[in-house]
Design a protein around this ligand. Structure first.
Ligand code: NAP
Length: 483
């Protein structure tokens, strides 16, 4: 063996990367420390990549002639991949983040699958256990790749509707059984020594083909709106696949990174499912929001529109306002205008707080990021459990681009698809203003009784445009007073 780099240096580098991943992840648990957490985890990834290069110098003499070529290829791949990631990360809009996460996640699964393919076609597996682990990693990585690409296409509107056929689940089950059967057969035949792996490339192609098809088939029937949870599941899959391939390559940095990503993805999936009061099974196998008993006639009251300026002036003379931001605020990119309006209210002595629901928007933490982007101080932002009791003592709840997260049906209507989901108690405020463009439903596709309440007025329009009018109206008051 040609060993230029002492093993303990490689080990220490891997350990440093692992520490940075975990410390970074811990910092990501609060919006205050999250930006630095992302930086720390990024440095961890850089250290892990450097560690992989150190492995290149710890190789057998037979591989030495390829060393320079392989290093050159790896550097070219890093420059291209890093460049594309830098460019796309800079230009992506906040509302397109889920798509970007889907693509990057798919790439991770694909990379794990590619490592497995190199191992399988190169017949490198050292024993049955390693072969089985390689195949499991290949299966999960390939499912994650094709499934994430379908998730991207749905989120981006390339695929507009869930594609469901009769007997879909049975057919998907059949494809899964064939995939597992081919994988099992490869392990069995290799174990019995009857056939070395190299003469079985056709079976390996079939295995990958079935696994990729399974990812596509599993994701096609799921509704576009459930894609954030699906991406989170695929994120867990990717982590698992990377961890398994790390085991195959005996690369601790890959193993640890894979386990951290896998565990984080699974926890996130469970948290999202819990915040929506749904099970992961229900998300994967049910047509959410399609069937609902609700008809507009079931709800008493009427929609009462008011002008944006009048609502703005009313809030200017209130003593307390709680703002509930939702998906529509991100669509309108109205966060800067919102904070400008808040500063005007504060200058007039109004107490203003933000109430953030754990699944407001389309990505966990999307509202926190949006408000942070506008420079809203963290001490104005409250999570559901910390603010829900305050609504009853608040003059105005300003619901801006939010819908499902303030739908009282979640408390009372057992037939509602969101029954049991914890909601923000906006309806308990003395006065409620709801800013939205029209009669559009929320993600769950149901009518919201809050909008018809006696204490509620609708302010129709794009959130950014409405806020501009509110700001103008409040400013005009100041000008009149001065004149
Ligand atoms: P929502 O229920 O989807 O409602 C958003 C509302 O914003 C719509 O009713 C829409 O009405 C309005 N809107 C859209 N564009 C607008 C614009 N430019 N200006 C003003 N209003 C606009 O949103 P939410 O209350 O934030 O709830 C999030 C939902 O997503 C929950 O059901 C949650 O379970 C689900 N979900 C969240 C996540 C997550 O991780 N955050 C993941 C998966 C699912 P108009 O069309 O009439 O304007």
């Amino acid at each position: 063996m040609l060993t230029i780099i002492p093993q303990f240096i490689i080990g220490a580098t891997d350990l440093t990367a692992a520490f940075l991943f975990m410390y970074g992840l811990k910092r990501m648990s609060s919006p205050v420390t999250a930006p630095s957490g992302i930086m720390v985890a990024g440095v961890g990834m850089l250290v892990a990549v450097l560690a992989s290069f150190l492995y290149a110098f710890d190789i057998g003499a037979s591989a030495k002639p390829h060393l320079l070529v392989n290093l050159g290829l790896a550097i070219i791949a890093l420059v291209i991949g890093g460049g594309v990631a830098w460019w796309s990360g800079k230009k992506v809009a906040m509302t397109s983040m889920p798509q970007m996460v889907a693509i990057y996640n798919g790439m991770g699964g694909g990379a794990a699958g590619a490592i497995a393919a190199v191992e399988l076609f190169g017949n490198k597996a050292d024993g049955v256990t390693q072969l089985a682990v390689t195949l499991i990693g290949a299966l999960i990585g390939a499912v994650s790749l094709s499934g994430s690409l379908i998730a991207w296409a749905k989120l981006d509107g390339v695929i507009k509707k869930p594609l469901r056929i009769r007997g879909q689940q049975a057919f998907n089950g059949l494809v899964a059984i064939v995939t597992l059967g081919v994988g099992g057969y490869i392990v069995f035949v290799t174990r019995s020594g009857a056939t070395p792996l190299i003469p079985m490339p056709d079976l390996i192609y079939l295995f990958f083909g079935c696994a990729l098809a399974f990812g596509v088939l599993m994701t096609l029937p799921i509704g576009g709106a459930d894609m954030p949870v699906v991406i989170s599941i695929y994120n867990a899959f990717t982590g698992l696949a990377v961890g398994l391939e790390g085991f195959v390559l005996q690369n601790p940095a890959l193993m640890i990174a894979g386990m951290v990503v896998g565990a984080a993805g699974m926890l996130l999936t469970l948290l999202m499912a819990k915040a929506m009061n749904r099970s992961v099974n229900n998300i994967l196998f049910t047509n959410f929001g399609v069937a609902t008993k609700h008809k507009q006639g079931d709800i008493k009251g009427s929609l009462k529109p008011v002008e944006a300026g009048d609502a703005g002036i009313f809030m200017r003379y209130a003593s307390s306002v709680i703002i509930v931001p939702g998906y529509g605020l991100a669509v309108a990119q109205g966060q800067q205008k919102l904070y400008e309006f808040v500063k005007l209210l504060q200058a007039a002595g109004v107490s203003v707080k933000f109430a953030v629901h754990p699944v407001a928007g389309r990505m966990p933490g999307q509202m926190d990021v949006l408000l942070a982007e506008a420079g809203v101080p963290y001490d104005l932002i409250f999570q559901l459990e910390d603010i829900n009791d305050d609504f009853a003592n608040t003059d105005v709840a300003l619901v801006i681009g939010a819908n499902d997260v303030v739908n009282p049906a979640a408390r009372t209507d057992k037939a509602s698809p969101i029954f049991g989901m914890p909601i923000l108690n906006a309806d308990k405020a003395k006065k409620v203003y709801v800013v939205k463009r029209g009669q559009g439903k929320g993600y769950a596709g149901i009518v919201n009784a809050l909008f018809y309440g006696d204490n509620c007025n609708m302010v129709y329009g794009d959130a950014a445009a409405v806020l501009t009018k509110m700001i103008e109206a409040v400013r005009a008051l100041g000008t009149k007073a001065a004149a």
